[in-house]
Design a protein around this ligand. Structure first.
Ligand code: HEM
Length: 456
């Protein structure tokens, strides 16, 4: 591992606060500007000299690969953001490290093999049928697709992983996750943080939101304990977790059980909802792509409900989804901390430095994407994909900490899109949907589409 390169260019910004205000207002836009003005590895600072937070934005495909995969042991989830996420969401699979992490991953991995995930297709289809039924009963003409896909993805993850329905909690989850995400982001960029237990308005609000989410998790766990359901009856995630908690060795306690449920609720729904919602929004804005997708869905499925075996037969629909995830990656930036000094793209990353790898920027990098803001699913034909560096597109991260739910999410999204397109044409009401970034991509304005029933 080389340790000396050139000094990183600095984004500069306000002499007193560095880029703090820009980052708090529009972190994704600030990262794009940093790459445009200074290149693929850029130093950024936030806060007054002496106590300012410093971190390095990494924007090239090669740099992302180095941090996430090639040198993953040197880039740990010890950075300011992961510390904040851990404080807010606990020590679950997304945030844990070392022995805890290996034990947790071994426990849940069997639920995410391709064979197991293929088995979730029927439950996903059932949830989509329920949602479409609700649209039909309510004679829905215009819906906010991001909102609707959040409901769908939350119900699907609750049904499949926790064997329960969370309809009563949809409102709480939809309100609380973004609030807690914004709190994490604010603290992540703040050079000085009040301890979390000080009664500041921000801390109090976060504590209330936190409590509400824990109550949702506790209810899910209590329902299962009260159900008398024995293990072996198609074990789901909750069965595995509850059993691990009752195991004699004490390696897994009630707090960890609750934190795992919380992490899977968070990581398992909002991300898929973002991909699905933006895929629908982009289809609604591009009638020629919508027409081609309708043709494929009709040709392959006729009126039949799709299953896991149909995924390979819907390549254009998959390309649409991948292109939607390029433009709107649900986790637009992830952070790490370098243990030892290293060099990325010729630039020195000092030991102990925080690094942000931003798929939001790599996915728009002009070296890999021509006219990057244009929506064009043909960028994902097998030939076009083979011609690009492996990490030009990495919505699911990469290396040993890549997303465990990646197949789950692709299956859910393709089935849901196919079923919605079997029934509806789409017209965009909102032609642009402003976004922001907390832990995940956030919706900052409506994403309304008109649903136009298709005649058989
Ligand atoms: C489009 C949908 C999704 C996207 C874009 C996405 C994105 C990501 C990314 C980028 C990471 C890596 C974070 C890092 O490197 O710091 C990650 C990890 C993770 N995701 Fe996803 N995710 C999606 C769906 C899901 C689903 C459906 C689940 C669960 C059912 C899930 C559960 C997790 C978990 C538990 C981790 C941590 C894995 C580990 O470290 O071993 N995700 N996800």
């Amino acid at each position: 591992m080389a340790t000396t390169g050139t000094e990183a260019p600095h984004l500069g910004g306000n002499p007193l606060l560095g880029s703090m205000l820009d980052l708090k207002k529009d972190s994704l836009g600030t990262f794009l500007r940093a790459r445009r003005e200074h290149g693929d590895v850029v130093k950024m600072t936030a806060g007054p000299p002496g106590i300012r937070a410093t971190f390095y934005g990494v924007f090239s495909a090669e740099g992302a690969q180095q941090v996430l995969a090639g040198e993953s042991a040197n880039f740990r989830k010890d950075n300011a953001f992961y510390q904040e996420i851990r404080e807010s969401f606990g020590n679950g699979l997304l945030t844990s490290q070392d022995e805890d992490y290996l034990r947790q991953r071994r426990l849940v991995q069997p639920l995410f093999t391709k064979r197991r995930v293929d088995g979730y297709a029927g439950a996903v289809a059932a949830e989509v049928t329920t949602l479409i039924g609700e649209w039909q009963d309510g004679a829905a003409e215009t819906v906010d697709v991001l909102h609707e896909m959040t409901r769908l993805a939350l119900r699907a993850v609750a049904r499949i992983l926790f064997g329960t329905d969370v309809d009563a909690a949809v409102e709480i989850v939809e309100r609380c996750f973004p609030e807690l995400g914004a709190y994490v982001l604010r603290r992540g960029y703040s050079p000085v943080k009040f301890p979390r237990d000080w009664p500041t308005p921000g801390n109090r609000k976060a504590a209330a939101v936190h409590q509400a989410l824990y109550e949702v998790c506790d209810r899910i766990i209590a329902d299962r304990r009260g159900s008398g359901r024995a293990s072996g009856e198609g074990d789901d995630l909750l069965t595995l977790l509850v059993e691990a908690e009752s195991a004699e060795d004490g390696s897994f306690d009630a707090t960890e059980l609750r934190e795992q449920v919380l992490v899977f609720l968070l990581a398992g729904h909002e991300t898929t909802a973002t991909s699905l919602g933006f895929a629908l929004h982009l289809l609604a804005r591009h009638p020629e792509v919508l027409k081609r997708t309708h043709e494929e869905v009709d040709r392959v499925l006729g009126g039949r409900t799709p299953g896991a075996a149909d995924l390979d037969a819907l390549p254009y629909l998959t390309q649409v989804l991948k292109e939607a995830m390029r433009l709107f990656p649900a986790a637009p930036a992830v952070g790490r901390r370098a243990v030892d000094a290293t060099v990325i793209g010729g630039v020195t990353i000092p030991a102990g430095a925080d690094v942000i790898v931003a798929s939001w920027v790599t996915h728009r990098h002009p070296d890999y994407w021509e006219d990057p803001e244009r929506f064009d699913p043909d960028r994902f034909t097998p030939e076009a994909e083979a011609a690009r560096p492996r990490y030009a597109w990495y919505p699911f991260g990469g290396g040993p900490r890549a997303c465990i739910g990646q197949h789950f999410s692709m299956l859910e999204s393709v089935i849901a899109l196919a079923m919605i397109l079997q029934k509806y044409g789409l017209e965009a009401v909102d032609t642009e949907v402003p976004v922001g970034s907390a832990i995940t991509l956030t919706q900052e304005g409506p994403a309304r589409c008109r649903l136009i029933p298709r005649t058989a």
